[in-house]
Design a protein around this ligand. Sequence first.
Ligand code: LLP
Length: 421
Amino acid sequence: MQKLNSKVTDELNFFEGNDPYKLAEEFGTPLYVYNERILRQRCREMKNLVSYENFSVNYSAKANSNLAFLEIVNEEGLNVDAMSPGEIYTELKAGFKPEQIFYISNNVSEEEMRFAIDRDILMSVDSLAQLEQYGKLNPGGKIAARFNGGIGAGHHEKVITAGKKTKFAINPEYIPEFKAIIKKYNLDLVGINQHIGSLFMDGEKYIEGVKAILNIAKQFENIKFVDLGGGFGIPYEKQASQPRLDLKSLSAMLDEVFESFANEYGERITFKIEPGRYISAECGLILGKITAVKYNASHKFAGTDIGFNVLQRPIMYDSHHDIEIYRQSDFKSDKQEEITVVGNICESGDILAKDRVLPEIVTGDMIAVLDAGAYGYSMCSNYNNRLRPAEVLIRENGSAILIRKRDCLEDLVSHFISIKA
Ligand code: LLP
């Protein structure tokens, strides 16, 4: 097999000796493939981020909530956040205890609040209206709240979650009303949290956000924790040698801020972070087939079986994912050419990579779409009644095991109720 453009997976030994064509033969394509060693390594990097002792890493399961994946994260000693009853349910199944789960809610119904309360899972509310709703349901209960420190960051406006233009969190100007509701229902405010947005590569911005939320924290007595949110970025342009997030300098800055807060507050409270992407993105890729190569006028297209039902990030945020090419045929070429790599969905926006310079691609090649472990499968759909792919885990001993079955045609109709008797 020829591997082209494959510096990234070669250096990582991503496939641990497995042949991508054999994986495709055994499990079909498109196929999500995860490397367990890299996943565990990322968990450990986050767990050891700071020296401050009361520190908790809550993996943000929305990035990838595969059960086996969560079981590994649990084995690594991380906690988790949840965004829905469905995530809570899956996390409990994966072995997390209720006290390890932090439910960060946004505009949820009474039933959803009940779901968390009945299971003794701490939740965070992010509006006065939701605090009021919680107080009625669980007077005297423990609660956390999400505040907007005014600093937002992220790779796209759709994922910036603090600052003036966001639906999230409580603005600090409402703290007096907030405190009144806490008092009215005799609630115990145990912590506050924020999330400034997703994907920063510059630690300075995160620290600015941390300082802002800590200023808010000082306005509350006896809180046990401050949760600083996620957003830790990964380099999606590794083939162009994009540098990694500088964890060392981030760690030093965090330790300094934590120590100074603890001194001033008089309590060594717990600090939590909620990385999703950093933990899960780089241990995952998608294998797909080149099903057709063609020209439209002078524009060259490579068609694949990876439509935007399989990976939404490019159509949703214009996100870049590096692409590698694997070839079983004897075709040889040194040519690099500009090509647009597309999927099989009936929309023109179904583009994986636009005008990308890649080694010449021919029908029958396979591609790997890199860094797809976060917000990849978790955002898959059945659009066009396509089957969601299977997921495979390459274990540390090199064996490749199925951790989610591919949808089958029956799955597509199993929830319908026919109007014919
Ligand atoms: N905590 C909260 C409250 C969040 O809303 C999120 C992400 C995270 C933590 C984790 O953020 P991370 O560390 O993964 O950046 N679908 C988008 C990303 C959406 C992020 C939503 N919230 C993407 O594919 O880029």
